[in-house]
Design a protein around this ligand. Structure first.
Ligand SMILES: *Cc1c(COP(=O)(O)O)cnc(C)c1O
Length: 448
């Protein structure tokens, strides 16, 4: 833990930290956000990198379609629906007193094929990228070959000599584990104590080795990396620093443009887009937001949402310390019912890259995640896991937060807000077994 004097110096400089230390909900607007052109000046990644990732996923589509017939309808692309949720919008207004100007939609990454969470984007992309590298290097693929070939027994037996490993609180492990097993790799997932039992069971059913740790996520990652480094034929997926994961997530933005167009929704300077995404270590919300900024530039306003006990990215952004600060430094536990967001230290790579691009952050109490979950189920009949409901804190706070009002005024949107589009990014839930859903539905926590 950080020295007391250092903590006091930080809270003196950034008074919002005091509330965060007491695990209170906060709305933070990022004073470091810059206009798109300026924000991109120091960026190590660009639109070409996202185009490259998108093209790679397209090359793999025939392979994915063959391994996972549920993706046939979309031709082997793993993509989720974007749906209006007007009844939830009404509920947010009536129950929480937040009149949200414009319309509210849900991006159902909770229902992505194969992994049932947003991790189906980054995790699967990284496994495929590694697979393409190996296949080209070892002559399994030639220019012009259909990647469907990689599902042949000859290729599969080649990949059986190789291992893929990852440290995970659950969902990343599921996406990496299931895809690695499908390619033929030996897959090892190092799971932290907060990972749910059903996720471990599901992975084992796919032939994945699950190693369990008593400790938190950082420890699982550290040990996984150590074991992987000892084996030259093992590849470690590094959630904190991986550009491939990040780019896999970013492809979402390019696909979203088509979906908005189909629904006749305009996004431009006069039609702002607000997006609210749950944040753990930062890869998923960072990658998706980075993509949205490339596509929509200054018309996209991206907000992250984190649990009050694990607001690691907010701490890193507010203080500018990024991965040099953790939630325990502030006396927080890092423990939350939002297992996908139970991360104590943010990615330094994502924090640094996204510091000039994100509009702000909301923190949310666990008790509210369960309320939002039930609200969505009752109004729209859509089930999300608690972690995935964190994004709703955005619309709930939007209509009542002084910080948000000032942001809207400063951006000179005040007259445009009726034309705004708000997207809550639903990050997981469709694979949650019925018994666990029942347990979630009946969970009521005290909101201190
Ligand atoms: C992993 C995850 C997130 C956040 O992604 P990070 O890359 O860890 O920031 C959000 N929601 C769910 C359900 C997740 O599994």
């Amino acid at each position: 833990m950080m020295e007391k004097a250092e903590r006091e110096r930080l809270t003196g400089r950034f008074p919002i930290l005091e509330e965060m230390q007491r695990a209170q909900e906060v709305d933070w607007i990022n004073p470091g956000m810059r206009a798109y052109e300026q924000a991109m000046e120091g960026s190590s990644l660009h639109m070409e990198d996202i185009d490259d990732a998108e093209a790679r996923l397209l090359r793999f589509a025939p392979f994915i379609e063959r391994c996972f017939p549920e993706t046939k309808e979309r031709g082997g692309l793993i993509e989720s629906p974007l749906v209006p949720i007007p009844r939830m919008q009404e509920r947010i207004c009536e129950k929480y007193g937040s009149a949200l100007p414009g319309r509210l939609l849900l991006k159902k990454d909770s229902h992505l094929a194969i992994a049932g969470s947003v991790k189906a984007r980054g995790g699967i992309y990284e496994v495929l990228k590694h697979t393409e590298d190996l296949a080209l290097q070892h002559g399994l693929l030639k220019e012009g070959d259909s990647y469907e070939k990689l599902a042949d027994p000859k290729c599969r037996s080649f990949f059986q000599d190789y291992t893929v490993q990852v440290g995970s609180t659950g969902n990343l492990g599921m996406s990496i584990g299931i895809m690695s097993a499908a390619v033929g790799y030996k897959a090892i997932v190092h799971m932290s104590a907060d990972a749910r039992q059903w996720k471990k069971d599901l992975l084992r059913a796919h032939g994945v080795t699950v190693m369990e740790y008593e400790s938190d996520y950082s420890e699982a990652v550290k040990n996984g990396r150590r074991l992987s480094d000892q084996d030259p034929k093992s590849y470690f997926v590094d959630d904190e620093n991986s550009k491939d994961l990040f780019l896999g997530y970013a492809v979402a933005a390019k696909r979203l443009t088509g979906q908005l167009l189909e629904q006749g929704i305009r996004v431009d300077e006069a039609h702002p887009l607000f997006v609210y995404i749950p944040c753990g270590v930062g890869g998923a919300p960072g990658g998706v937001s980075f993509g949205l900024k490339q596509v929509f530039r200054d018309a996209a306003h991206c907000f992250f949402a984190e649990p009050v006990q694990a607001p690691c990215m907010a701490l890193g952004m507010i203080t500018g310390l990024h991965n040099r600060i953790c939630v325990q430094d502030m006396g927080l536990t890092g423990m939350t019912h939002a297992d996908g967001l139970a991360v104590g230290r943010p990615s330094g790579f994502v924090g640094g890259l996204m510091a000039p691009m994100i509009s702000g952050e909301f923190t949310v109490k666990d008790a509210n995640l369960y309320h939002y979950m039930r609200d969505l189920l009752e109004t729209e009949d859509i089930f999300l896991e608690p972690s995935a409901c964190a994004g709703f804190q955005g619309p709930v706070r939007f209509g009542q937060s002084r910080e948000v009002r000032e942001y809207v005024e400063r951006m000179e949107f005040s007259g445009l807000m009726e034309r705004a589009t708000h997207i809550v990014w639903a990050t997981g839930g469709s694979l949650v077994p019925e018994t666990v859903r029942e347990e979630y539905k009946n969970t009521y926590l005290d909101a201190f």
